[in-house]
Design a protein around this ligand. Structure first.
Ligand code: NAI
Length: 347
């Protein structure tokens, strides 16, 4: 007889900086849950450079090509010069056009209560395409810096339809399109224009629709974040605003993300490799754990995803075990052990 719950092969990239610490903690939680994943461990980022001289080794790409599913720790990218971001390259390689970043209050009593927002960020186009150049003048090799952003009708339509469909599926009430079409009339004008068309053609009457300029959006998010529900925007704006949204619910340690596309899905924390605290055993593993819960939802094990989210909630709010970024004193592994205890005792 065939196994009703066969293991699901998935790529695991522990990542750089705090990556290995939070990955270990997350694997403890997944093991305690009996999650179905069978991991193929790979390296990328600085880890890839150090072990095989490549920030995105072919073995890693091959693994994801095969599994179509990955859990990824943060990958370091040199600032200014050096190699191109492995994160951006992974998103391009597997056409992971949708970056889904839910932001939800888990710990009550913070500056903002009852936050429940979703950011849908376009992940493949805009100003992240890397069409950048310096122009040397008079012996200064960097006299002029220039960047070209590209948004296509097809790319806009794809992400906007993803956002509307996701919003309807999840019972969201409103889709807010964030843009800067007053200044960047072509680059973000095409995004707004496509959003209006799609809404008129397919979604009018099914869900509310609004438009907001990105700078005003940033202000409104701190003045009254509850006016928003699901936001959808172009690559750079989504990157910035999703970090801001993480700040509404306790910081980057609480913010998960999923990169979803035609050829694969990669789950990760919104935060980076946090070099300032790497190796100290104090990083908050919750963002990666919540990303793992999204990954469980993605493979249709919402039961296990919910169990993990509930155990995180109880560990924070009933057991009061919290890492330093949340005002507590627990280390990464203290939190992981308490969480495993919760998973085992929550039934
Ligand atoms: P960062 O997100 O690594 O850190 C920003 C601040 O938040 C730091 O003070 C850090 O200690 C804190 N922080 C982040 N995650 C935390 C956690 N889990 N628990 C407690 N505190 C946490 O951003 P930064 O410093 O700008 O970037 C560091 C490196 O990470 C860079 O090389 C950058 O390119 C890379 N990066 C990678 C990402 C990815 O792999 N998806 C995303 C963002 C940055």
């Amino acid at each position: 007889m065939s196994n009703p719950n066969p293991p699901i092969l998935a790529t695991l990239i522990p990542g750089d900086g705090i990556g290995p610490e939070i990955t270990e903690a997350t694997l403890m939680a997944l093991d305690a849950l009996g999650a179905p994943f069978q991991w193929d461990r790979q390296t990328a980022g600085m880890g890839g450079v150090n072990t095989c001289g490549d920030p995105l080794p072919p073995e890693c790409l091959e693994s994801i090509r095969k599994t179509k599913l990955a859990l990824k720790g943060p990958l370091e990218t040199p600032i200014g010069g050096g190699y191109r971001s492995s994160n951006v390259r992974l998103r391009e390689e597997f056409k992971l056009y949708a970056n889904l970043r839910p932001t939800k209050t888990i710990i009550p009593g913070g500056r903002f209560e009852n936050i429940d927002l979703v950011m849908v960020r376009e992940n493949n186009e805009g100003l992240y395409m890397g069409y950048e150049h310096f122009i040397p003048i008079d012996g200064d090799p960097h006299a002029v810096g220039m960047s070209t952003g590209i948004n296509t009708r097809q790319g806009c339509r794809r992400i906007l339809e993803f956002a509307f469909e996701y919003a309807l599926l999840k019972g969201r009430k409103k889709v807010t399109v964030v843009h800067k079409a007053n200044i960047m009339k072509a680059l973000t004008g095409i995004f707004l224009e496509t959003a209006r068309q799609i809404y008129q053609d397919k979604y009018i009457g099914k869900i509310q629709f609004e438009e907001v300029i990105v700078d005003a959006c940033a202000m409104k998010l701190v003045m009254n974040p509850w006016q928003f529900d699901l936001l959808v925007t172009t690559n750079l704006f989504g990157d910035i605003l999703s970090d801001q949204m993480a700040g509404l619910v306790g910081g980057l340690g609480m913010a998960p993300g999923a990169n979803i596309g035609k050829d694969a899905a990669i789950f990760e924390a919104v935060h980076g490799s946090a070099p300032d605290i790497a190796g100290k055993g104090i990083a908050n593993p919750i963002a990666l754990m919540l990303a793992a819960a999204m990954m469980l939802d993605h493979v249709k094990r919402v039961d296990l995803g919910d169990k993990l989210r509930k155990a995180i909630d109880d560990t924070l709010n009933v057991d009061n075990i919290r890492t330093g970024d949340l005002g507590g004193t627990a280390g990464t592994m203290d939190f992981a052990r308490a969480l495993v205890h919760r998973i085992q005792n929550n039934g």
